[in-house]
Design a protein around this ligand. Structure first.
Ligand code: PLP
Length: 383
């Protein structure tokens, strides 16, 4: 039999799949994969039942249900004062993952370079490779995970077309400061690049910190492609509804790809998400408090176990330094935790291409029931 395509020849099972499998095999508590082990809000689920019963069951328009595009456009206006025309500048996708693939496929020619800020979400590099592009890693330096402007400028070549930024940031929980965003934005403008801003955790922010969408920065709206998703905001990651907001010319290009990747996205679920977005103002305080309480509990317990790090301001992840505890690298320490302490985490070296920085950390996901977190803490007590 002939070989499968070269473009996937170095692809492996994703680290999330591997760690979840090991968690099952060792009967470990799974704090590795980034999703809640509890259900999303009843009111949004009820809308899904209702929309199916009402007969929203045939193909939606391929750029997305008009209701959902209107609601996406409306919340960008309400929360960020950003104007996106729902007819021509908002496209609904199967989660942010499809959005990322579509954006990269529509922009990147073989040989084009894409700057990825490491640690990165793993689908960026995979999508770049599938398009024949070249991922150029720039390390976000610990402890604040900042990007050095000079290093970034040096990495930009005539072949560079796109920078990918994630804010709030998985795996570190960082929320970018305005000045840091401006550094990346000014180089994007100076070098005439596009910037894909992955903002799937835009509402998962704590202690009153507000998210700054990259598109709100001076002169950035036209060159920013914003990707987001309902999965994190409503704790319904399995619904896989995402969106891309970008200018009309770029949106047209994204829609050309999207129509041949999935054509359209689940109709009743889009309609239910539209209803959810209408209610963001009342829903978000409850949502944030739920996750902030979990963060506070888990942070307190990890610090009392001797892990020292700054409390994350956003997302449901903690990137925890392990060097005070062990000489081991992340992968070995993660294996030890699974086997001996029955707690599964993610070794972050999987999120780096260049730096060995990730070997000094483990990523914990705290989007878990209180009893799951308590059981993990009990298991880790012997550490
Ligand atoms: C930074 C980041 N981007 C994108 C995604 C994918 O989102 P979705 O489930 O909507 O495809 C995730 C999921 O974990 C993520 O952490």
């Amino acid at each position: 039999m002939k070989e499968t395509a070269l473009r996937i020849s170095d692809f492996k099972d994703s680290i999330f799949g591997v760690m979840s499998r090991l968690a099952r095999e060792h009967n470990a508590i799974n704090l590795s994969q980034g999703f809640p082990d509890f259900d999303g809000p009843e009111f949004v689920k009820e809308f899904a039942f209702k929309k199916i019963a009402e007969g929203h069951n045939q193909y939606a328009p391929f750029p997305g249900s008009m209701n959902l595009r209107n609601e996406v456009s409306s919340y960008y206006k309400r929360f960020y004062n950003l104007n996106y025309n729902p007819e021509s500048e908002v496209t609904i996708t199967v989660g942010a993952t499809e959005a990322i693939f579509v954006v990269i496929t529509a922009l990147i020619n073989p040989g084009d370079e894409v700057i990825v800020l490491e640690p990165f979400y793993d689908s960026y590099v995979a999508s770049i490779k599938m398009c024949g592009g070249v991922a150029v890693p720039i390390t976000m330096h610990a402890p604040n995970f900042t990007v050095d402007a000079e290093e970034l400028q040096k990495a930009i070549t005539p072949k560079t077309k796109l920078i990918i930024l994630n804010n709030p940031h998985n795996p570190t929980g960082k929320m970018w400061e305005r000045e840091e965003l401006e550094t990346v934005a000014s180089l994007t403008i100076k070098n005439d690049l596009y910037l894909m801003s992955d903002e799937v955790y835009e509402f998962l922010t704590f202690d009153g910190h507000s998210h700054i969408p990259t598109a709100t920065l001076n002169e950035m709206k036209e060159r920013t492609i914003t990707v987001s998703s309902a999965g994190k905001t409503f704790g319904l990651t399995g619904w896989k509804i995402g969106w891309i907001c970008a200018n009309e010319k770029l949106s047209n290009a994204f829609r050309l790809v999207h129509q041949y990747v999935t054509f359209s996205v689940s109709t009743p679920i889009q309609e239910a998400v539209a209803e959810g977005l209408k209610n963001l103002e009342t829903y978000l305080p409850v949502f944030r408090k739920q996750y902030q309480d979990k963060r506070d509990y888990f942070y307190k317990e990890l610090t009392s176990l001797g892990f020292k790090f700054d409390i994350p301001r956003g997302t449901y992840f903690m990137m925890v330094p392990i060097s005070q505890k062990t000489e081991m690298k992340d992968v070995d320490y993660a294996m030890k935790l699974i086997k001996d302490y029955k707690v599964a985490t993610v070794p972050p070296s999987a999120f780096y291409l260049k730096s060995a920085e990730g070997e000094k950390y483990l990523r914990f996901c705290f989007a878990k029931k209180d009893e799951t977190l308590q059981a993990a803490v009990t298991n880790l007590k012997g550490l």
